[in-house]
Design a protein around this ligand. Structure first.
Ligand SMILES: *Cc1c(COP(=O)(O)O)cnc(C)c1O
Length: 446
């Protein structure tokens, strides 16, 4: 039986030389939990200090694994929600860093020396880019949906098509968020068809809004009919109520691969009162909800007390401003999402050759197709190029996938090959990718 007195003191563990670089607070918690479990779980087995140190080390390593860390996205899916959606470019990061690491005029008017408004600057930038009267930035697009419905739809009926009651990733149901806002959803039409007359017939004195939701992650094909945003906006205007479009992801540029996605600049011209989208989907910036619309309506959103709970942080605003400035300069390569999605396959092929040459040409280079991800472009296949690896001798392909994953490289299995799809690989990740491939296949002769 273990003598409890021989268990090491926490202080001694904290000062154990091999642990000198470990975080003290975490090490203390892990040690305390282990010692407690030994005390309450005394068995006949021999417990010595050595074993305790080994176990603490193991638990600490398990803790470190959970920390946020950079990965190489070779899935081919550029806006991969599980991998953090959009990537921020270095230049934007440096601009934002200056704001993050010092005091700023976030809510201070330098001209008058009095309180300023945190939304004015980004509102100016976004309205310039999208050609709308004003704009507001909140925490994410879910917040935007909530704030818009809470401000204009609370206690009243908000008419929405049954074909647009979408669930996006992570069990997030747009209609549930809408209900939480206090608005009463009035569903009209059917799954595949909703006509203008369906909206018209649903209107009564208590109807406050007409709402349209982009079917971000699915498409209805075949026998279908949608009511256009123009028609919805026009009907709302005639009846003196508000029209709103939850766009999901919004692309700020009409590049070839975005062809089938509605662009906010054009949607605003339909006369819709308000529309919103995510900052980190096709827009390619930081997590945010971007709301565009009429000045007086944006002013009402700004006055809603709930905005305080949904408001964006200065780092977010600085990063978002930087992305907008890049778009306004037509400097699309500074927006990694746009850069990755618009690379030609011949460019990707030369990247593939470069990488493969540095890895003894162990992979074959194949043409493939991928998707945009992030709840956008559900039906659009994007051409791509991948490095394809066969399983090692006598092993399953899943083993290879795991080996890469353990080195922080995420790819996909297709036709019994492990693919590193270059559509989503950042240029800055190429050398790390080569290192990973070589370390996995290093010991193996081709
Ligand atoms: C993605 C999406 C949202 C949620 O946006 P977040 O920025 O993730 O909060 C809401 N509505 C639609 C239609 C979407 O596609």
């Amino acid at each position: 039986m273990q003598n409890l007195r021989t268990l090491p003191q926490i202080d001694k563990i904290l000062n154990h030389k091999p642990f000198k670089d470990y975080n003290k607070g975490i090490l203390a918690r892990i040690s305390r939990e282990l010692l407690n479990s030994i005390r309450s779980n005394l068995k006949d087995e021999e417990i010595n200090e050595e074993k305790i140190y080994t176990q603490i080390n193991k638990n600490y390593k398990a803790f470190e694994k959970k920390a946020l860390k950079p990965l190489i996205n070779a899935t081919g899916i550029v806006m991969h929600t599980n991998l953090g959606r959009s990537v921020i470019d270095e230049k934007s990061w440096q601009r934002a860093k200056q704001i993050a690491c010092s005091y700023s005029n976030l809510e201070y008017d330098l001209e008058s020396g009095s309180r300023g408004n945190r939304y004015d600057y980004t509102g100016y930038l976004l309205s310039t880019l999208f050609g709308c009267e004003d704009a507001l930035v909140v925490n994410n697009n879910a917040s935007a949906v909530f704030l818009v419905l809470n401000t204009f739809g609370k206690g009243g009926r908000c008419v929405i098509s049954r074909g647009e009651l979408v669930e996006i990733g992570g069990g997030f149901r747009v209609p549930e968020v809408m209900k939480e806002s206090g608005a009463i959803l009035a569903e009209v039409g059917t799954t595949n068809k909703t006509r203008l007359s369906d909206y018209e017939n649903a209107l009564d004195e208590n109807t406050k809004m007409l709402v349209k939701v982009h079917r971000s992650n699915f498409d209805i094909v075949g026998f279908k009919q949608d009511t256009s945003l123009e028609e919805i906006a026009k009907l709302a205007k005639e009846r003196g109520i508000i029209s709103y479009y939850d766009l999901g992801g919004g692309a700020a540029s009409s590049l070839a691969c975005f062809n089938s996605e509605p662009v906010p600049q054009k949607l605003i011209k339909t006369g819709v009162d308000l529309l919103s989208f995510s900052g980190d989907k096709l827009f390619g910036s930081v997590q945010a909800g971007i709301i565009l619309g009429k000045k007086e309506l944006i002013a009402k959103l700004r006055k809603n007390q709930l905005l305080r709970m949904l408001r964006s942080d200065k780092i977010t605003l600085a990063l978002l401003a930087s992305t907008v400035l890049s778009y306004l300069d037509k400097d699309y390569n500074s927006v990694p999402t746009v850069f990755l999605l618009s690379r030609s396959t011949s460019e990707l092929k030369s990247v593939a050759k470069r990488i493969n040459n540095s890895c003894k040409n162990i992979a074959s280079i194949i043409d493939t197709a991928t998707f945009g991800g992030g709840g956008t472009l559900p039906n659009v296949k994007i051409k791509s190029v991948a490095l394809a690896f066969k399983a090692k001798k006598g092993q399953k392909i899943e083993n290879l996938e795991r080996e890469f994953r353990q080195k922080g490289v995420i790819g996909r299995i297709e036709n019994q090959c492990f693919l590193l799809d270059l559509r989503s690989v950042l240029p800055s990740d190429e050398s790390a990718l080569i290192t990973a491939i070589n370390s996995i296949f290093g010991g193996q002769d081709e």
